[in-house]
Design a protein around this ligand. Structure first.
Ligand SMILES: Nc1nc2c(c(=O)[nH]1)N[C@H]1C(S)=C(S)[C@@H](COP(=O)(O)O)O[C@H]1N2
Ligand SMILES: [Mo]
Length: 220
């Protein structure tokens, strides 16, 4: 209770509601509540493992899709916008405990993107890479073709900001935030799962919220 009061004073009235909901959401994930006490704008933190963040204008954005596909294809931002668009509202949760409730994402389901390029029969997984040159992620094809996994181009009804990984990032809604790679630049269909950046450092490759990384206390 002390913690909630302190945050209320620190951030003032306008942010109070969003911050309180974030803290309330954190209670089951983070019994200490400590990780909720330094909220970023709207409850998000900005994370980057690199010291520079790519600055890419939508006109210059390119997503290279290749590997075990029938038609290797480079997608511009306009190409992505011309594909079927999907929106969904989900909580966004980092494995370290912070959570942003009810975030609205829009973009292209990976399922719809893969339908354009055609995954070859030998393909069983995706290798995803970032324009930051360092971060990488993985998904099985089964995970990638779920209806809550997308190349997101909008966040809360606005273009995705540079800090949040714009012009386009991954959103893997049912998994912890580290699967949702920012500044998406490359997507390769491969024949086996290649662990991503944090997975090389010991985090679970299958990062289901509440069912991975030793956290089984969360509703899925
Ligand atoms: N390229 C890149 N993508 C990334 C990360 C990163 O450091 N670099 N951090 C991941 C982690 S751990 C989380 S929780 C989310 C955070 O997203 P945000 O910075 O938009 O809040 O991005 C994920 N995607
Ligand atoms: Mo994270």
């Amino acid at each position: 209770m002390l913690g909630l009061g302190a945050v209320g004073v620190a951030v003032g009235a306008p942010l109070q509601d969003r911050v309180s909901r974030t803290l309330a959401g954190l209670q089951s994930a983070d019994p200490t509540g400590l990780s909720g006490l330094v909220p970023g704008a709207g409850g998000f933190r900005y994370y980057s493992v690199t010291s520079t963040r790519p600055a890419v204008h939508p006109d210059d954005y390119r997503l290279e899709v290749g590997g075990l596909v029938k038609t290797p294809t480079t997608f511009s931002f306009a190409d992505l916008s011309a594909l079927p668009q999907t929106s969904l509202v989900r909580d966004f949760q980092c494995v370290t405990g912070w959570r942003v409730p009810d975030v609205r994402w829009s973009g292209v389901l990976l399922r719809d993107l893969l339908a354009v390029v055609g995954a070859a029969p030998r393909g069983s997984a995706l290798r995803l890479t970032s324009l930051d040159g360092t971060y990488a992620e993985s998904l099985t094809l089964e995970q990638a073709t779920r209806d809550d996994v997308m190349v997101a181009t909008r966040l809360d009804d606005a273009p995705i900001s540079r800090d949040h990984g714009g012009p386009a990032r991954l959103l893997v809604a049912p998994m912890y935030g580290y699967k949702s790679l920012k500044w998406l630049g490359g997507l390769e269909v491969v024949d086996r799962v290649i662990p991503g950046y944090w997975e090389e450092l010991g985090y679970d490759v299958d990062a289901w919220v509440g069912r991975s990384n030793g956290r089984d206390d969360e509703p899925v």
